[in-house]
Design a protein around this ligand. Sequence first.
Ligand SMILES: Cc1cc2nc3c(=O)[nH]c(=O)nc-3n(C[C@H](O)[C@H](O)[C@H](O)COP(=O)(O)O)c2cc1C
Length: 430
Amino acid sequence: MSQSVLATPLTLPCGAVLPNRLGKGAMTEGLADPHNRATDRHVTLYKRWAAGGTGMLLTGNVQIDRRYLERPGNVAIDGSNGGLKALEAYAAAGTSNNNHLWMQISHAGRQTPKAVTSEPVGPSAVPLNMPGGLFGEPRALSVEEIEVLIDRFANACLTAKQTGFTGAQIHAAHGYLLSEFLSPIANKRDDQYGGSLENRARFLLSVLRKARAAVGPDFPISVKLNSSDFQQGGYTHEECLQVVEWLGQEGVDLLEISGGNYEQPSMMGSDGAMEPIYDSHVTERTKAREAYFLNYAKSIKQVSTIPVMVTGGFRSRAAMEDAIRDGDADLVGIARPLCIMPDLSNKLLAGQIDMAPAYEQTLRLGPGILGPQSNIALIKALNFGGVQAWFCEQIFRMADGLDPDPKMGVFRAFLRYQRGEGAAAKALVY
Ligand SMILES: Cc1cc2nc3c(=O)[nH]c(=O)nc-3n(C[C@H](O)[C@H](O)[C@H](O)COP(=O)(O)O)c2cc1C
């Protein structure tokens, strides 16, 4: 049997080589201690993911400021919390199969929940347009604060390198701080960081310049970028293409393409619920529907030579192989299936499996109007939260040395997750 194209190594502009074309999309773990340091549970989890054969693992987002977490159990590198030894152990476990482990570096911005802070920060004092009152009204960052954050991003990249991570990814997608600066909806500034696209992209580009200077030419730096925010009046795909051109001048090794934010969670598929995939026979139409950012990646490839990872929806081996063979993507990003089948990549590479598990297509709180297609907004939101919680609980199980449990109920997962997050927020020590 001929070898799958997925098994081909990928050489990045900085010279680093990824062993195959499969990358794990970042997934927040929620496993840090009350000082936001990594723990033994990261070690257990990432040993398992490394053994699973994925060539490049991304961590869940690691925050540059403990005050602005995306969730209480985030790891943070913020100078005051120590934790370097724990990061070394984390990195060693996550690279234990001659694979890469890259740290995703982030600042949650106005998407920092109230459980973490009543006053998040953002480009401007524009609150999230979401029901439920889970997020406070943000305060606009001063120019001096932005400059400190640029240094913190660069410093976190250097810490990643020094502690044994084999690359870093700057998170500029999904409505977190850098993505907020790109968005004309969240960014109403009239200084050098707002207004024109050039100004809105200044924060991100400054971060990259400093980060590259800090880590040197040989260390992989990636950016996770939205292909679009998919919002009326928001950051568009045309703007994305211009940002990509600018990123080309900053020595970026891998561009990961995603989309959306908390207000518009396109990164999980339409309305957060992917359309069912019926079989592994992939036509052009189903390929585009399955890997929902692939067409955006194609247009990005027309304006840029930066290698591209596309994450979101890939489930059939045929679509993954086609995307690589056709040159639409250089790396296939996979996230949710690895919560339930951590050795999926080994199976794909060996040709032992044609379809990744796709539990998100069937998981729901209940039948009919209790499901994700309910026309009651609250029930829809609860389904989205419940399914996310289900995947997070699977991550917890693997971190505790257990196998994933595909039979876990969504409602039970949701309740347990909420209880755990509440307790973790109360336990934070500042
Ligand atoms: C439980 C969970 C946690 C996630 N956490 C992050 C994160 O920390 N950073 C990030 O960029 N994306 C995060 N994502 C989004 C994934 O990286 C990915 O873009 C998304 O799940 C779509 O890919 P998939 O269809 O292969 O799951 C998360 C997704 C899930 C399900």
